[in-house]
Design a protein around this ligand. Structure first.
Ligand code: KG4
Ligand code: ZN
Length: 352
């Protein structure tokens, strides 16, 4: 079984082809990704209109290249998958329309994929992991703890009530004059910094739910920055180290609560899986490695390339759906919002 996956929900244009191996894992036959960072860097963040236009420029050539690298023709595929949301609507429309068009032209089944589901299922592509497991999804747009129970069966255990963790890294970087995207820059600056110099808050620590909040921490960093007339390199290092240490404490505490909630509701998980761009952070990876060892829990950290947005995860999620007969019609509409757990969304909206 071979599936083409198309990803255009944010600022990465990606096309990949994944094959199902007899052992149940996936094999990536081609994985083309173009990051648009250079196009957005002058604005300090992703500009939706620029992103959509760049997807149009790149996508067809990348699909051609992926097919060529995999050594397959459209006719050899078993299905065509495209991310249909959640994300920036202009970009989603580009990928979704391309996927539908190719499916229509080739007579292959079409699968509309939820981008979050694709992140959630990546550990099965890389490690053949069985359900159920606990997923920490930490990217620029999402910060969630999710019980992954089966294909299409997700329970949101916690979410951020304000900023996503990646977003907080990006905003802190901006305050300190570091480049976008800020996460890797903050991590680099934190090396050799004094994590004890600034006592930043650890929002939500020990709260009996698994939710996150980042805006108070971000504000504390901003107030500290404003107290300095000039920021020396050493100050920036210490601010980054102190901020990152606070994030690490919060992440470990929230994962601990998420694990408790998971066990109460669904029994023991088979593993803790971390996905999303923030999963590239060495301090967070290290802390979660220690935490899972202490908890006797298997930790699955897909390689950074598969943690950030990519086409292979869309192809794999499409493949998982295709083999269950879960295909989509040509009338599938793009979805700027598309929660994995609709029940959680209702509760959240009810509170708001
Ligand atoms: O998953 P991703 O590539 O894109 C989406 O947001 O969907 O995640 C990007 C986010 C950005 O906010 C970036 O600053 C953050 O992940 N990030 C990091 C690191 N590398 C990327 N945050 C902290 N430490 C890193 N090393
Ligand atoms: Zn993503």
């Amino acid at each position: 079984m071979r599936v083409l996956g198309i990803e255009t929900t944010c600022d990465e244009t990606a096309a990949a082809i994944v094959r199902l191996r007899p052992d149940g894992c996936g094999e990536i036959l081609a994985d083309e990704v173009v990051s648009q960072i250079a196009e957005h860097v002058a604005y300090g963040g992703v500009v939706p209109e620029i992103a959509a236009r760049a997807h149009i420029d790149y996508l067809d050539g990348m699909i051609e290249k992926a097919l060529e690298k995999a050594g397959v023709a459209l006719a050899d595929l078993d299905g065509i998958a495209a991310a249909a949301g959640p994300g920036l609507i202009g970009g989603v429309m580009v990928g979704l329309t391309m996927g539908k068009g190719l499916a229509l032209a080739s007579g292959k089944p079409f699968i509309a994929v939820n981008h979050l589901e694709a992140h959630a299922l990546t550990a099965r592509l890389t490690d053949g992991l069985d359900f159920p497991y606990l997923l920490l999804l930490v990217s620029g747009g999402h910060t969630q703890l999710i019980g992954v129970l089966d294909v299409g069966e997700y329970r949101r255990l916690g979410t951020t009530v304000d900023d996503a963790i990646g977003e907080a890294f990006d905003k802190v970087a901006k305050m300190l004059g570091l480049a976008y995207p800020g996460g890797p820059q903050v991590e680099k600056a934190a090396e050799g910094g004094d994590a004890q110099r600034f006592e930043f808050p650890r929002p939500m620590l020990r709260r009996p739910n698994a939710d996150f909040s980042l805006s108070g921490l971000k504000t504390a960093v901003r107030l500290e920055v404003e107290r300095h007339n000039t920021l020396r390199a050493g100050d920036i290092r210490d601010l980054c180290a102190s901020f990152q240490a606070a994030v690490v404490d919060v992440v470990v505490d929230r994962v601990r609560m998420g694990l408790r909630l998971f066990r109460e509701k669904s029994g023991p998980p088979r593993a803790l899986v971390v996905a999303g761009g923030v999963a590239a952070n060495g301090a967070i990876r290290g802390a979660l490695t220690r935490f899972s060892a202490e908890s006797g829990l298997r930790l699955v950290l897909p390689p950074p390339k598969l943690c950030t947005d990519n086409g292979a995860m869309i192809a794999w999620a499409g493949l998982e759906r295709l083999r269950l007969g879960l295909t989509s019609g040509m009338d599938f509409a793009p979805r700027p919002r598309w929660p994995l757990d609709p029940d959680a969304e209702r509760v959240h909206n009810g509170k708001a």
